[in-house]
Write a protein that binds this ligand. Sequence first.
Ligand SMILES: [Zn+2]
Length: 154
Amino acid sequence: MTQIEAQSLVKKISAIFANTGFTGESGSLKRSLYVEKFQDLDYEAMKKAIDKLILVNKFLPSIAEFYETYQVIKKKQSMRLPVALENNCAVCGGRGFLIKLRTVNMMPYEYLYHCECKAGLPWAYDGKALKEDQSEFRIPPISEYYGNEQAANG
Ligand SMILES: [Zn+2]
């Protein structure tokens, strides 16, 4: 974050925590140390860290405590990202499979289809493709469903 951002966050914490000890000569030194350390970190994540620390601390946490909470938030953010990317599939919403109703002999049946995105690959299963223990059970790709629908609707 920029120096101005760091200063604004330190101003915020000095307003909300008791006993900051930011007064006097050693106090201003302490204050500038907080500003300096905050500058090395990400502004949005630090803002969240402060919001979290407010709830559990009456007195000003140490720089180490701020950094610890900051790291937890950063780690959570980096873990959430791949999941969000995977869920971008417009067809299946990242689940990898879809359940569609098909009418067979006047009766509606639920059929399982696998999506053709990356999330759908583990669902692809074709019992006939097995060399041994062949079965009729298969999970067809969703394109097959849409193909059938189009054929049925002329
Ligand atoms: Zn998909």
